[in-house]
Design a protein around this ligand. Structure first.
Ligand code: DAH
Length: 344
């Protein structure tokens, strides 16, 4: 049996050496070391041996198996190395080629504009707050001086959810929420960006969902000249140093007096063109001195405190700055549109 094992060993080693590739090597392994291989066969016959010979044969079988396995491992490594060298020779990698760019998403233009406007107001000492989009009639209208049946409620067609909840039509309710939180103690200096909703037909300049930024500054001795100064600074930062503003009388239930703020047209620099309808001015936001009634309703003493408020449409600010001609572009997620703002 020992002899048979020696025979198997030399046969196997020869077969391993002679194998031309991994497949042949595997065949040799199965043939000699496999479950039905030559060594197993010898071991099966061990039962017929006298008991004292068995350990010797067993030991020899182990030795032979190990030798064969070692040869197989060596040969297998040699194959792998050869394969690797061949690949290195055949495949060329030009490490100087530029990489393929990974396509990345980018900030939505409205988000970029909101962030830019926030930065400017933060620089002017304002905090950024938020309020709920599903709002009560109480905050959306009543607390900002629009009692039930007030005709000015018709200025904003609303999406009601129940009799006294609706999708907010403006960010102005955040004025009331913020004042109430301050419990009659100034100063209050906030802006509040957010989505608002109106029952409008969508077209190039209207959208049933759009964004506003509300502003509120309440303290002792706040005057209309403060409003003008803040907006002059803001407009010069946002649109450019050469821009000017003007205030025009207007009406809002929550401000008295109220004013529209216009900015000189960026296309014609005030000379008059198609964009500004030949007026040289473009209307950009509503504003005014906080109505004493609003202060009072929300726990502030109008004898001590005064303030200004404003509300601006974010889409309008984005459209004017980037020459966008249709508000619907912001909401249709066309990548050809969005990818133009990758630099923002
Ligand atoms: N809430 C107004 C609107 O949606 C905009 C506005 C005008 C807000 C004047 C104000 C303001 O705070 O003072 O039309």
């Amino acid at each position: 049996m020992i002899e048979r094992l020696q025979e198997i060993e030399s046969e196997a080693l020869a077969a391993v050496q002679a194998s031309a590739d991994k497949k042949e090597l595997e065949q040799a392994r199965i043939q000699y070391l496999g479950k039905k291989g030559a060594i197993t066969e010898v071991l099966r016959g061990m039962g017929q041996l006298p008991e004292d010979e068995r350990p010797v044969v067993g030991q020899k079988a182990n030795e032979v198996r190990e030798n064969i396995q070692e040869a197989i491992t060596g040969k297998s490594e040699a194959f792998e190395k050869a394969e690797w060298e061949q690949r290195l020779e055949q495949e060329e990698i030009d490490v100087t080629l530029p990489g393929r760019p990974v396509k990345q998403g980018s900030t939505h233009p409205l988000t970029a504009v909101v962030e830019e406007i926030e930065d400017i107001f933060i620089g002017l000492g304002f905090d950024v707050t938020e309020g709920p989009e599903v709002e009560t009639d109480y905050f959306n209208f009543e607390m900002i001086n629009l009692p039930p049946n007030h005709p000015a409620r018709d200025m904003q067609d609303s999406f009601y959810i129940s009799e006294d909840t609706l999708l907010r039509t403006q960010t102005s309710p955040v004025q009331a929420r913020t004042l109430q939180k301050h419990e009659g103690e100034g100063p209050v200096r906030i802006i509040c960006p957010g989505k608002v909703y109106r029952r409008d037909e969508d077209d190039a300049t209207h959208s049933h969902q759009f964004m506003q930024i509300e502003g509120l500054y309440v303290d002792e001795n706040v005057r209309m000249s403060d409003l003008k100064g803040i907006f002059d600074t803001f407009v010069k930062h946002y649109f450019g140093q050469d821009r000017q503003i003007r205030l025009r009388p207007s009406f809002f239930p929550f401000t008295e007096p109220s004013a529209e703020i216009d900015v000189t047209c960026g296309i014609c620099a005030g000379d008059g063109c198609r964009i500004c309808k030949q007026s040289g001015w473009i209307e950009v936001l509503g504003s005014g001195m906080v109505h004493p009634r609003v202060l009072e309703l929300n726990g502030f003493d109008p004898e001590v405190y005064s303030g200004f408020a404003f509300g601006m449409g974010v889409e309008r600010f984005a459209m004017l700055k980037y020459g966008i001609d249709d508000i619907r572009h912001f909401y249709t997620n066309d990548k050809r549109f969005l990818s133009q703002f990758q630099h923002l």
